[in-house]
Write a protein that binds this ligand. Structure first.
Ligand code: OFO
Length: 164
């Protein structure tokens, strides 16, 4: 059975994952408005992934005899300066999520909850990918600079992203 401390920490993580989903949906809306359909697609796939991350935790809490309590989701940021600005916000956000997963893992270690340690390993690996994905796009955007053609090419590439 999950300890109350771990249960509360996982409930906060569920909130963070759903907040992430909401942030990415807001970014998808922004890109739709900017006629950058590829970026919008990438954000929508990301939105779905985040809801899956939340639901994986949701299921785990009940598997371990705990309870889920949902909290309010903050209003997401909706105004952005440029695609590069958006992707820098994504990277910063994912770094925050990584820190939060690491904290959960430290708590599971402290409590000698081996099942939760094992469960969290998937998220630790996932965060490596999340940060890499954002960094790759930032690098492409920085190489492109203000060139419209380069932006269109990146947009086309991001349009190919499909749900896993
Ligand atoms: Fe759930 O990984 Fe992003 O936030």
């Amino acid at each position: 059975m999950l300890s109350k401390t771990l249960q509360d920490a996982i409930n906060s993580q569920i909130n963070l994952e759903l907040s992430s989903a909401y942030i990415y949906l807001s970014m998808a809306a922004h890109f739709e408005g900017e006629n950058l359909g590829g970026f919008a697609n990438w954000m929508q796939v990301q939105y779905h992934e985040e809801t899956e991350h939340a639901m994986k935790f949701f299921k785990y809490v009940y598997e371990r005899g705990g309870n889920v309590t949902l909290k309010a989701i903050p209003q997401p940021i909706a105004k952005f300066k440029s695609p590069l600005d958006v992707m820098n916000i994504v990277l910063e956000h994912e770094q925050k999520v990584t820190a939060s997963i690491n904290k959960l893992y430290e708590l599971a270690l402290k409590e000698k909850d081996y099942a939760t340690q094992s469960f969290l390993k998937w998220y630790i690996d996932e965060q490596v990918e999340e940060e890499k994905n954002a960094t790759d796009i930032i690098n492409m955007l920085e190489m492109t600079g203000d060139a419209k053609m380069g932006l269109m090419m990146i947009d086309r590439q991001l349009g190919k992203r499909k749900a896993d």
